[in-house]
Design a protein around this ligand. Sequence first.
Ligand code: GDP
Length: 332
Amino acid sequence: MSKRAIITGVSGQDGSYLAELLLDRGYEVVGVVRRLSAPNHWRIEHLLDRIDLRPGDLLDQLSLIRLVDEVRPHEIYNLAAMSFVPASWDQPMLTGEYNAQGVTRLLEALRQVDTSIRYYQASSSEMFGKVRETPQNERTPFYPRSPYGAAKAFAHHITVNYRESYDLFAVSGILFNHESPRRGLEFVTRKVSDGVARIKLGRARTLVLGNLDARRDWGFAGDYVRAMWSMLQQDAPSDYVVATGVSHSVRDLVETAFSHVGLDWRDHVRTDARFLRPADIEHLVGDASKARGVLGWQPTVDFRTLVRTMVDADLQRLAGAGEPAPAAAAGR
Ligand code: GDP
């Protein structure tokens, strides 16, 4: 009998890669989507005849109970969230509703319907914020620097709390930044790959960014969803950091992306204070020893390959081929 999995946030970057992975492994995949007047399904267009899309919303407790009861999944992957850090300063309450209390609602639905369902919580390196040690591992204290990070820290703790209180198989994957050609255009990697492609094709002359000194540990999203799945296949639930262990600055990112197409970034990149954050995180780099040791996980795509792949995909897309994508970058 095949396993059934629910993925919330299935239309996002990670949801689309995880749906592919689970389908490949013979799962029945139920994807949860919020009702929108203009559905945003470009990342899962190629999967729509193979996944069962159901309405649900992390703000609506009853929709979650009904969903879990009707589907009776073996596994739930909670990838739904308000995912863009700057937006969390504009809508801190809504960020808390989705990223913090939404997790409690989903855990509560699972607890009421069937406590044998395994649960994955998408936690984030943003919880480390103003870092207490470098590199960060599962025991590093949290010091979030945004409403996004604060809400994710709550979600992490409530997941651990439900595991310990109700004996659930609930795990928290602390994933460092992970990117791909399916990343939203507002995130810095994709903003850069899209900007470089536009400049190379003569459709733009400059790319305006914020903090070039920030350093992140950037990996490939396709690698990271393997770690999510693997966490739910273990004998015992536990939390894991997932990261490459290598960090680069935003300046390294633009240098790598522009030089890939034979351009000098200094001729095209400008900075503007409107892309700075009220509080930024200067340096994140993860220690994924536990995931490597216990899950046998390791990344297959290094930073340079990732950036080049993203630039090539945007060149192809803008030249009229390749994956579809939304027309314009949203906001910051
Ligand atoms: P985050 O780590 O989840 O916030 O991922 P982002 O891709 O949004 O940002 C990564 C880092 O890039 C942050 O430290 C930002 O301050 C920095 N950054 C510099 N310029 C930009 C920009 O124009 N847009 C975004 N999104 N980030 C930028």
